[in-house]
Design a protein around this ligand. Structure first.
Ligand SMILES: [Zn+2]
Length: 349
């Protein structure tokens, strides 16, 4: 179940961003006022040449209006905010416009966490006020069923900077960063300035971007609302034809292990869902479980290995020292742990 508030969308996506999304050209007539031909499909008047105005400083994220009487009449209103704009452009409900904006600009779910069904909406933590309106995008519990799937994204983020210093600081080579498409996103939206990590399903469809803060900002990771990480194994589409795979917790663990020469997938956390368990059993005959060397990781690794041993031919566990995570290890250290265990399908690893 995923909730998103209209408030959150208006705070994240400005009217300017929506106008740019459609490639609409308007003339600047004031410090924050744009004017031009009305782009709305409801606009039929041939006489009102410059009836559309966008005031970028008005309200939350800007306001717009079209003064043409016929255009107003067919829409039932003079103008509105970014949600009303997209609803008018798409000839859809405000709710559907919110869903579109959420997808285009990766607006996170309200509060970043799911809310139980039937409960009153929580007060907005950042303002102490009730969210203006709350949308239910999907009324499923977090424990998603086996028939559920993540929908492929209908867009890709452009101009991701794979050579950003942050990528190197995390110990990744330029080549690995390019292979995974990982880098800092310079554009607008909720992923702005974050290190973005494309996530694909087993069929190589792009289903989400994870956005890692690079400057200590909370939350450390952002995912688009509606994305269920429990349905995917990160990097599965690149290694699904291998016999043996290393199973780790995080994205950077996975990229470091890949860089050291071993096929690897990540749980995107320290728990293994039923769907992830099935994916492992479906694709691999040998799993090396290498979770973080903290107490939670050690307990989780044992439980995961026990479950996998019921359904997979060979399961090994690498226990790291206290506080050690795979992504902190050098290539030599990783090879020291993994070479003795790795079984390669074609004799080459
Ligand atoms: Zn109009």
């Amino acid at each position: 179940m995923d909730w998103v508030s209209f408030d959150e969308i208006k705070k994240t996506v400005s009217l300017q961003m929506a106008i740019d999304h459609y490639g609409i050209r308007l003339r600047r007539v004031g410090p924050d006022t744009l004017r031009g031909k009305c782009p709305l499909p409801t606009h039929n008047s041939k006489t009102s040449a410059e009836s559309f105005t966008a005031t970028l400083s008005k309200g939350v994220g800007g306001a717009w209006a079209c003064q043409s009487q016929s255009c107003i009449k067919s829409r039932g209103r003079v103008g509105g905010n970014v949600l009303d704009f997209v609803a008018a452009m798409e000839n859809c409900s405000v709710r559907d416009a919110a869903i579109k904006l959420q997808m285009w600009f990766l607006v996170p779910a309200a509060g970043g966490a799911p809310r139980p069904v039937g409960k009153e909406p929580r007060a907005d933590i950042s303002t102490g006020k009730e969210p203006e309106e709350i949308l239910v995008l999907k009324t499923k519990s977090e424990d998603v069923g086996e028939s559920d799937s993540n929908k492929p994204l209908t867009f890709t983020l452009q101009n991701i900077d794979c050579t950003h210093p942050y990528v190197n600081e995390r110990g990744l080579s330029d080549e690995i960063a390019r292979t995974f498409g990982v880098g800092v996103f310079p554009g607008k939206g909720s992923m702005e300035g974050r290190c973005v990590i494309p996530i694909h399903n087993a069929n190589t469809d792009l289903v989400a971007y994870a956005g890692r803060a690079i400057d200590g900002t909370e939350p450390r990771y952002k995912f688009p609302a509606g994305f269920h990480k429990s349905l995917e194994l990160f990097n599965l589409h690149r290694v699904k034809d291998d016999l043996s795979v290393v199973l780790v917790e995080g994205f950077f663990d996975c990229m470091k292990v890949t860089q050291a020469g071993f096929p690897c997938v990540a749980l995107m956390g320290s728990t293994m869902s039923k769907a992830q368990e099935n994916l492992l059993a479906q694709h691999f005959g040998h799993v090396i479980v290498m979770l973080d060397g903290d107490e939670a990781g050690k307990v989780a690794a044992q439980g995961i290995a026990d479950r996998l041993r019921q359904i997979i031919y060979q399961v090994d566990v690498v226990s790291l020292a206290d506080g050690v995570e795979p992504d902190q290890l050098s290539r030599d250290e990783l090879q020291g742990f993994l070479l003795p265990l790795h079984i390669s399908a074609g004799g080459v690893c």
